[in-house]
Design a protein around this ligand. Structure first.
Ligand code: WTA
Length: 656
């Protein structure tokens, strides 16, 4: 078996930044040289530039007990102070921190002074409930300002937050509360989603009840409830407190105490290969440094004039780093939106960009492809001229979607930063620098200054330019995970065992280096297919399918095949206009041929199934494992992490 992932697609378009953009850019090419000259000194500089330390650090990195890193570890800081008080002290109290818009259209405008005061009150309230350094607080909220306020209040006390995405069920919430041993849960009665109130408090009540009869006690002493949906809720008067009773009553005076740089900041759960959620642990100093550094340099942030919008929910790492910590540490003005993109109408996001003059827009390929499906005439009804930079995260962005994003949303001039990173990396690792890099549609391109990445074969040898393999991180980085909560063995096994000899972190992703040395992400290694001894990436074949005019979205998997080992099986969503005029059989034949022409006969799908939807997690990632079950005619596996659990029965029926 060949150890490399074969590369088949080629892309030659390049888009350098305009001279005007480059002239004003925050990040210049010199950063690469500085980082290369002395990586640790470089990170020391970033730490002093971006963060205010109560007690300065004298040591940048302690890597004496790998894989457990310590960054800036004799320094002390308060993360919330860095995101709030220091801006007010610097005379920026009147700057808007958050423009918030609810799904029904209600608005809030919160300045740095107001946000600081609200966080101080909330911190006092939590302290009054006995929350202090090291205690865990679960946050289960919709996208309302109280989500950010809660995170910062917990951070201010040196306690640890565990934000659980509001779309998760009572069972998922319970397992996360139990694993972390949370003392307090902050939730809301409900939040607006798709035009109606979606209740949250009942899930908390269920999670904390002994609903499965296990008799297991939970650790939660209090539940704080924000009134948002106005829906009726059950009340446990010994345990539950309304936010509007306890926060305004708390004092607005609160001095931020300094905590060590390695004080834990948050736990964020990701799904692992086993059912048990994996609590990724991040600490304070290093995380904040890299969050602020990347937010400023990758997004070319000019805090005095930009309006930044990251569309991620606070329940994902993207919401942690690029809604809460990065933008607020940098004193940015940002937009936060409660609802879904298509409510109450398909142009809602573009309407918001026009209304608030959003200049930096960061979203996911799955959203971009959904907008492509409904058509460019919708965004074209709005004035998007305020946009000067676009970002993408979460999945490989196929060149077709990249070009659409650039043309339709970016007026063919805003640079696109395709940012590769993970919950585990804490902050962006690979991305163009928008004023420096000539971007290539579909490539995340270059490790950021200070970050060391390589692509290896199974045996641990570098594959070199022109080849594909496994993405590794070869040097520790400030925002790296410090462990898996309560499970150091799982931390070592999952991330450090594969290339233990070299001491490299294995990310689980496939990637290839093109002839210029630029990185192309190829999807999760678990999803790589092996056809007649060739390792093929899902991302490339999906890109080819989406490049066909009939196709809105595609997912491919490898299904076992007697002759070729595995065969490529494609699941394709066809644009409505095409469905009306073509037979599914005709389309399937056309698409098989098309992929054969675009990539080569080896990649031609054995089967093409036309489906109405694809199985996705709540953060929009396609769950290929389930499609593999369908392709191989097995019973479909665990669907509990799907956004819509009914999708798989529909797909199975369509395939039959
Ligand atoms: C994938 C999200 C290609 C990748 C920040 C990674 C990407 C996983 C990109 C982490 C990108 C993220 N190009 N693939 N620009 N960004 N991924 O933990 O497979 O939700 O390992 O963090 O998403 O997902 P997570």
């Amino acid at each position: 078996m060949s150890a490399q992932i074969d590369h088949l697609l080629s892309e030659t378009r390049q888009f350098p930044p305009s001279p005007e953009f480059a002239a004003q850019a925050v990040a210049t090419a010199e950063l690469y040289g500085q980082a290369k000259a002395d990586r640790e000194a470089f990170w020391g500089d970033q730490a002093r530039n971006h963060v205010t330390w109560h007690k300065p650090f004298t040591r940048v990195l302690d890597w004496s007990t790998p894989p457990f890193a310590k960054w800036f570890d004799d320094g002390e800081l308060n993360v919330a102070y860095n995101c709030l008080d220091r801006h007010v002290e610097n005379g920026l109290g009147d700057r808007v921190a958050i423009y918030w818009e609810g799904e029904p259209g209600d608005e809030r405008r919160i300045t740095y002074a107001e946000l600081t005061e609200e966080v101080k009150r909330t911190a006092n309230m939590l302290a009054g409930l006995g929350i202090g350094q090291g205690d865990r607080v679960a946050i289960y909220l919709p996208m309302i300002p109280e989500a950010v306020i809660s995170m910062l209040a917990v951070a201010r006390l040196g306690a640890i937050h565990s934000v659980v995405f509001g779309g998760f069920s009572a069972d998922s919430l319970r397992s996360r509360i139990d694993d972390a041993g949370a003392k307090v849960v902050i939730t809301a009665d409900g939040g607006y989603r798709k035009g109606r109130v979606s209740p949250l408090k009942p899930a908390v009540d269920l999670a904390l009840s002994d609903h499965n009869g296990s008799g297991q006690q939970n650790t939660v002493e209090h539940v704080i409830v924000v009134r948002r949906g106005g829906n009726d809720v059950e009340w446990n008067s010994e345990r539950d407190l309304w936010w509007h009773d306890v926060v305004p009553a708390a004092s607005a005076e609160h001095e931020a105490e300094a905590f060590p740089a390695e004080n834990p900041l948050f736990i964020l759960y990701t799904s692992g290969t086993t059912g048990k959620p994996k609590g990724i642990l991040h600490t304070s100093g290093g995380y904040l440094v890299q969050a602020a550094y990347t937010h400023r340099n990758v997004f070319d942030l000019h805090p005095e004039s930009d309006v930044f919008w990251c569309t991620a929910d606070i329940g994902w790492v993207t919401g942690h780093t690029y809604v809460t910590y990065g933008p607020l540490a940098n004193g940015a003005t940002q937009l936060m939106y409660e609802g879904t993109p298509e409510t109450p109408h398909a142009g809602r996001w573009w309407e918001l960009i026009q209304k608030y003059g959003v200049s930096i827009f960061y979203t996911a390929p799955t959203a971009i492809r959904a907008f492509m499906k409904t058509g460019r005439h919708i965004p074209q009804q709005y004035d998007l001229s305020s946009i000067r930079l676009l970002g993408s995260v979460g999945e490989p962005i196929n060149p077709e979607a990249w070009m659409w994003y650039r043309d339709v949303i970016g007026a063919d001039k805003a640079p696109i930063v395709d940012t590769w990173w993970q919950t585990e990396t804490g902050a962006i690792m690979v991305s163009p620098l928008p004023g420096v890099t000539a971007t290539k549609p579909g490539s995340a391109q270059t490790p950021l200054p200070g970050i060391s990445i390589d692509v290896l074969d199974e045996a641990g040898a570098a594959v070199g330019n022109g080849n594909g393999g496994l993405l590794v991180i070869t040097e520790p980085w400030p925002a790296m995970l410090r462990g898996v909560w309560g499970d150091p063995e799982r931390f070592k096994e999952t991330y450090w065992e594969k290339f233990a000899q070299q001491g490299y972190y294995f990310a689980g992703d496939g990637a290839r280096l093109d002839h210029d040395g630029d990185l192309w992400l190829l999807g999760r290694v678990d999803d790589v297919m092996n056809v007649s001894g060739h390792r093929l990436s899902t991302a490339e074949i999906e890109s080819a399918l989406v490049a066909h005019e009939s196709t809105a979205e595609a997912a491919v998997v490898g299904a076992s095949d007697e002759t070729t080992g595995q065969a490529v099986v494609a699941f394709v969503i066809i644009k409505e206009s095409y469905l009306a005029e073509h037979s599914p059989e005709g389309l399937a034949t056309q698409l098989r041929q098309w992929v054969g022409e675009q990539i080569g006969p080896i990649a031609r799908p054995r089967d093409v199934y036309i489906v109405g939807e694809l199985p996705k997690t709540r953060s929009g990632k396609i769950m290929r494992r389930l499609l593999r079950d369908v392709a191989e005619g097995r019973e479909v596996g665990d669907t509990t992490t799907l956004a819509d659990t009914a999708v798989m029965s529909v797909i199975s029926a369509q395939v039959k």
